[in-house]
Design a protein around this ligand. Sequence first.
Ligand code: NDP
Length: 323
Amino acid sequence: MKAIQVTRHGGPEVMEYTDVPDPVPGPGQVLVAVDVAGINYIDTYYREGLYHSAPPFVPGSEGTGRVVEDPAGQIAPGTVVAWCSAPGSYAEKVVVDADRLVAVPQDIPQHVAATMLLQGMTAHYLVNGVYPLAAGDSCLITAGAGGVGLLATQLAAHRGVRVFSVVSTKEKEELAYEAGATEVFTYSENLAETVRRRNGGRGVDVVYDGVGRDTFGESLEAVRPRGTVCLFGAASGPVEPFDPQLLNTHGSIFLTRPSLGAYTADADEFRMRAQAITQAIVDGTLNVRVGGVYPLADAARAHRDLQERRTTGSLVLEVTESE
Ligand code: NDP
């Protein structure tokens, strides 16, 4: 089958469009033909070797497609499914754990189905699990016009939360406002000061920081005493080691570095989050903006665009040409 293969760790150029053997389902797994794969920032960490990955490997973990074979005979061939935890999804076929497959409602377009789960469930656990937001709370979201950023903004705003969003360009600013942000800032401003000025002199209840190295210091400054800093990504690079005493000097604040895996480890919790996201998309309360569509063979260009901050919303790779 055709697939993208990472032959050594490095920049986008290490991803080759090539032929690899078809994967074979193991116990509890289902073979799926991929129609569209989702692209996530985490795919770049595996490509670079920041997260453990031994080349050669096929990157990607998310997508939508049709079941080819369920050796257990539970899922009919041809069933349209989506998934987000299947390594090797930048390919024509992938094997997925049966209990991590989600049936795609007919109303959800294919491109949306390909990218809704990983970023959608992340946004869901950030605003419901890490720091359960309630009406009247305030939060700061970095990379506010990115995949996770736009979804978390919508979920928080629907709840009556004051959302402060940080973005790098005018176009991204408009998208963040459309998603429901109360105020949108750029990184050049003194974030902590600006946030306090617009938030009645207080820090925010929670910061959701997916940018990491470049914003982490400001995140600690921007939160209120006893508030929560949720460092959930490293788009600008990993945060340097630091002295925990800093959490004291900022007012007994809480710091967490969560993962989607830990917030969906239990199959029931996974289903609950997946259903909440698919339902919100079907009933129109959550809009997944697909900001970029690339052919599978152009995965390297997609990664370049993502890491050079040229993208908005979510990105997908078309594996087959149907839609
Ligand atoms: P995005 O679509 O948000 O893309 C990353 C964005 O980060 C860019 O568009 C850019 O927005 C911003 N950014 C700021 N500084 C930099 C920089 N130096 N280089 C590159 N980008 C930068 O990606 P995702 O939605 O896929 O992921 C967002 C973050 O969430 C990532 O850090 C990812 O690892 C993390 N994540 C964590 C999960 C978890 O469970 N812990 C799960 C899913 C994602 P701008 O130009 O506006 O600054």
